[in-house]
Design a protein around this ligand. Structure first.
Ligand SMILES: Nc1ncnc2c1ncn2[C@@H]1O[C@H](COP(=O)(O)OP(=O)(O)OP(=O)(O)O)[C@@H](O)[C@H]1O
Ligand SMILES: [Mg+2]
Length: 236
């Protein structure tokens, strides 16, 4: 059964068309990677899925429920969460306050506190930093906080736009290990957009490649690495 399905005939900015005929299904519990060159439309795709970039004829469903094409807040309530490129956090708030903001829809302080406790098992580094102002966190810590905050409402699907951006190679490995743990331990379905193709292929179960706004490849990580596929995707 398809879990997350998308059918996007066309999407873009004003008269500029960026995506054409982008359709796919992601299975429940999968880690699906979206790769492709700069400007291929990867971030645009995630914006369409969450409802930040209104489109006319597109249809996105999650667990058999239609998502809104123009209301991210409604979609968040339906179980989809998004960490945009840049891993931004509220720098004027503490780590705990950032997590509390992420849990705004949970009923009651107790529910919020217990969700924070659950997430600290997956993000042990944040435990020591709960009272710290988020503005003083390292890049790696900010990234972990952005992930944890996006998980506060127990989303069914977590979408990540280049979580590794700006991290050192060691922290990239750590970030991807955390993504795997979120997927395995929490059962969260993951859509991850990445430039670090080699690294993301190690954790992905299925890969879609976008090129000039179209899906030019769909298959397993092993198939991507075979023969001409990589060249076809990335050749300018
Ligand atoms: N707000 C915007 N207004 C107009 N055009 C935009 C806007 N955002 C992106 N674009 C254009 O849409 C196209 C796709 O951009 P997008 O950011 O989706 O690519 P991407 O695959 O995420 O690239 P990157 O790997 O560099 O992040 C590009 O041509 C870009 O210039
Ligand atoms: Mg992008």
């Amino acid at each position: 059964m398809s879990f997350l399905t998308a059918s996007i005939p066309e999407a873009g900015y004003g008269s500029k068309i960026v995506l054409t005929n982008v359709s796919f299904d992601v299975e429940q519990g999968a880690i699906a990677a979206f790769i492709g060159p700069n400007g291929a439309g990867k971030s645009t795709l995630l914006k369409v899925l969450i409802g930040l970039l209104p489109t006319k004829a597109s249809s996105v469903t999650l667990d058999s429920h239609a998502l809104s094409s123009r209301n991210p807040e409604v979609n968040v309530k339906k179980g989809i969460s998004f960490v945009p490129q840049g891993n931004r956090v509220f720098t004027e708030l503490s780590v705990r306050e950032n997590l509390e903001v992420g849990g705004y829809l949970l009923s009651g302080k107790k529910a919020v506190a217990s969700r924070i406790e659950e997430l600290l098992v997956i993000f042990p580094d944040l435990k020591e930093r709960l009272k710290a102002n988020s503005g003083v966190l390292s890049g790696g810590e900010k990234q972990q906080l952005a992930l944890a905050r996006a998980l506060m409402l127990k989303p069914k699907v977590l979408m990540l736009d280049e979580p590794s951006l700006g991290l050192s190679p060691k922290l990239v490995t750590k970030a991807f290990d955390t993504v795997v743990r979120i997927n395995k331990d929490l059962g969260t379905t993951i859509l991850i957009v990445e430039q670090k193709v080699h690294e993301v292929l190690r954790i992905a179960m299925w890969v879609y490649a976008l090129r000039m706004g179209e899906i030019v490849f769909s298959g397993t990580p092993e198939e991507v690495q075979k023969g001409e596929t990589m060249r076809k995707i990335f050749l300018v």
